[in-house]
Design a protein around this ligand. Structure first.
Ligand code: DOR
Ligand code: ZN
Length: 356
């Protein structure tokens, strides 16, 4: 049985790093294992212009631990006031990798998002010409649509019509959570990819709701039925080039999670790679973890595979006393505790720590 697995430093192609004290608290957790991350722009106020992205990138670099081998890849938040030329120039200059579409009201800090897709169509057409990828939070916000159906309905009502109008638009359907999403990405040709989180590979909606409500398992899109989780595991472990890792690690203070109206988001950065190794091994697919976490996303974004490497080790974790790799537990931030995602089982793998 494989006991050690060395792979290139992986890419987290969907990550929330926040800002200020929270950024300083969570960034080392991603920088420890990942070589790069595509950083989501849903700050308050959001990262809208190329200049905003440059400034945010500087704050991230300033918060990095000394010697970290980690590069933030920036995104812009699409609003109905976004200027196409600013987007295209920021992409051409290498300042941003992609633009993020949040339907207004779909999720955390999406109030500045898009209400009417027609109002951003000209920007999307320019992005198509210039080859700027569009990362999509794929859920409708129609209150009539059941929350468990919002992804599948989005594909039918919004995504497919959009791609028919702009067939050359490069699209990432972010955090796919349904069998319908998997099938759509698989059948969509070279212009579409899908990210999959670590937590959606281990959660179904029973984990969230049966036997007590578990706020730390609440995220958006919400976890679906087991049949959908199985489809996600099959997709991620298939090695298919159209699927890659985006953890959607989304830290919220415990006070904000454990509230009458708790925030959506699972803070998985410290445990994501261990969870993935566990899941891939269970599928007999450890050899395809590198494709999913290190190669497919880099290829989609036209980036070289990271030169650095990490080693995953099977067996009980040593070195936790160094505080380097916090399993389930909490991280203290200046504003209060932040709970690390706990899958409810001990992953059989961990990332070997070299910085202890
Ligand atoms: O669970 C989520 N949390 N889903 C999102 O789409 C946003 C994210 C956040 O920013 O907290
Ligand atoms: Zn997200």
């Amino acid at each position: 049985m494989t006991e050690r697995l060395t792979i290139p430093r992986p890419d987290d192609l969907h990550l929330h790093l926040r800002d200020g004290a929270m950024l300083a608290s969570v960034l080392p957790e991603s920088a420890r294992h990942f070589g790069r991350a595509l950083v989501m722009p849903n700050l308050v106020p959001p990262v809208v212009t190329g200049a905003d992205a440059v400034a945010y990138r500087e704050r991230i670099l300033a918060a990095l631990p000394a010697g970290a081998d980690f590069r933030p890849l920036m995104t812009l938040y699409l609003t109905e006031a976004t200027e196409a030329e600013d987007v295209v120039a920021a992409h051409a200059a290498g300042i941003v990798q992609a633009v993020k579409l949040y339907p207004a009201g779909a999720t955390t800090n999406s109030a500045s998002g898009v209400r009417d897709l027609a109002r951003v169509e000209a920007v999307l057409a320019r992005m198509t010409e210039a080859g700027v990828p569009l990362c999509i939070h794929g859920e409708v916000t129609d209150p009539e649509v059941d929350i468990f159906d919002r992804e599948a309905v989005f594909i039918e009502r919004v995504l497919e019509p959009l791609r028919r109008r702009l067939p050359g638009l490069r699209v990432v359907l972010e955090h796919v959570t349904t069998a319908e999403g998997v099938a759509y990405v698989q059948g969509g040709g070279a212009g579409i990819a899908g990210t999959i989180t670590a937590h959606h590979l281990v959660l179904n909606r029973n984990h969230l709701l049966a036997g007590g409500i578990r706020p730390h398992y609440y995220c958006l899109p919400v976890a679906k039925r087991e049949v959908h989780r199985r489809a996600l595991v099959a997709a991620a472990t298939s090695g298919a080039a159209c699927f890659f890792l985006g953890t959607d690690s989304a830290p919220h203070l415990d006070a904000a999670k454990l509230a009458p109206c708790g925030c959506a988001g699972c803070f998985t950065a410290p445990v994501a790679m261990a969870l993935l190794a566990h899941v891939f091994e269970a599928e007999g697919a450890l050899g395809r973890l590198e494709a999913f976490a290190c190669r497919n996303g880099a290829a989609f974004y036209g980036l070289p595979v990271n030169a650095g490497r990490i080693t995953l080790v099977r067996g009980a974790q040593h070195g936790a006393q160094h505080g380097a790799q916090r399993g389930p537990g909490t991280i203290a931030t200046p504003d209060g505790p932040l709970t690390v995602f706990d899958p409810g089982f001990a992953p059989l793998w961990h990332v070997e720590e070299t910085d202890a």
